[in-house]
Design a protein around this ligand. Sequence first.
Ligand SMILES: C[S@@+](CC[C@H](N)C(=O)[O-])C[C@H]1O[C@@H](n2cnc3c(N)ncnc32)[C@H](O)[C@@H]1O
Length: 367
Amino acid sequence: MDTTPPIGPTELPGKGRAIISLRPIKGGEIILRDTPLILYSAQPFNPNTPLNQNNYCSHCFKTISKHPQQTQTSCSTCGSHFCSLNCQHISSTSSHTPYICQTLSHLQHYFSNNINVPLELHSQARYLVSAYNLAVVSPEKFQKLLSLQGGELGCESDEESAKFLFSIVRPPVGDLGFSVELVRALLGKDKVNAFGLMEPFNESGERSVRAYGIYGTASLFNHDCLPNACRFDYVDGGGGGLGSGDNTEIMIRMIHEVPQGMEICLSYFPVNLRYSERQKRLKDDYGFVCECDRCKVEVNWENCGGTLAPLPPSAATSNGVMECHVCGSFKKPDQMGNLSATTLKFFGKIKGMLISNLLTHYLAKYN
Ligand SMILES: C[S@@+](CC[C@H](N)C(=O)[O-])C[C@H]1O[C@@H](n2cnc3c(N)ncnc32)[C@H](O)[C@@H]1O
């Protein structure tokens, strides 16, 4: 029997760290089960919903109402619920330390009195409390969090968020070296690496995030718009027994078989997004231009539903100009994926001209 682990880390040019297959892997094979370095609720601080009104366990995020046989319990200080005495006991030295309890209570009060603060800052505040706490309860895991990608390329709004959050989230006592710069770096780790543990679909077919988690090994998977693996979670025991029973564990499974030495990638968002939406999200949120095989094909897909194809080889003067097979628009190589509406209209109008006339016209106008 082959005892080689299925995957291992490597470095790839232009991508940083990556995960590759160490042996052939079959479709459906589980290549990773990972537990979170850090986990925090996605619920905003709501003035009408006290901190203790969650219907899930503050430690393991299991829905409490679905497990009435469990011995529910609450924190006597802030009222946070736990599905069992065991969860409450474990949380007192991990996810619900006295620091977390007091700081979340303070933030609940703050956000109730400042109702115009954008919701995104609520979850970032929760994350920051958990990250500060991690630095105290598990310096090793905190270092691992800091070693993850993210926070290198901040924009102005990231700087503003970091300043604001640094001013409202009280760090634990002791000289732990927290600063606005460190807060900004921490927020970057969250932006690039957090996975959402999802609520079930509601009656309107929508689902929201129950909690966000950052997973040390799963964070090393790069993105591909045509992924060969995907991530599952089995919150509240979903998955027909495929989960391990650990409510916050995630599982990465292969979509199809791969040979040894292939990069294993996930899609960082639903796979049905269009090319331009995917590129925008990857640039804005993850700081890179995707050059995967799917993007190389779809860069030539047009909004009209057509695709760009090169001109016949005989049109030697074409200089790489492409033509859309539906709307008849033309593009030069430097315009791929970036054609303005005016240019489209212009090419729409001149569709039907003889190709040689058209090219002369085009190149004269746009060269
Ligand atoms: C979750 S991390 C993945 C691991 C990361 N490569 C590392 O070195 O730790 C996400 C970051 O990896 C890089 N990345 C992911 N997929 C990529 C891709 N297809 N091309 C280039 N960079 C990519 C980007 O910097 C992105 O922000």
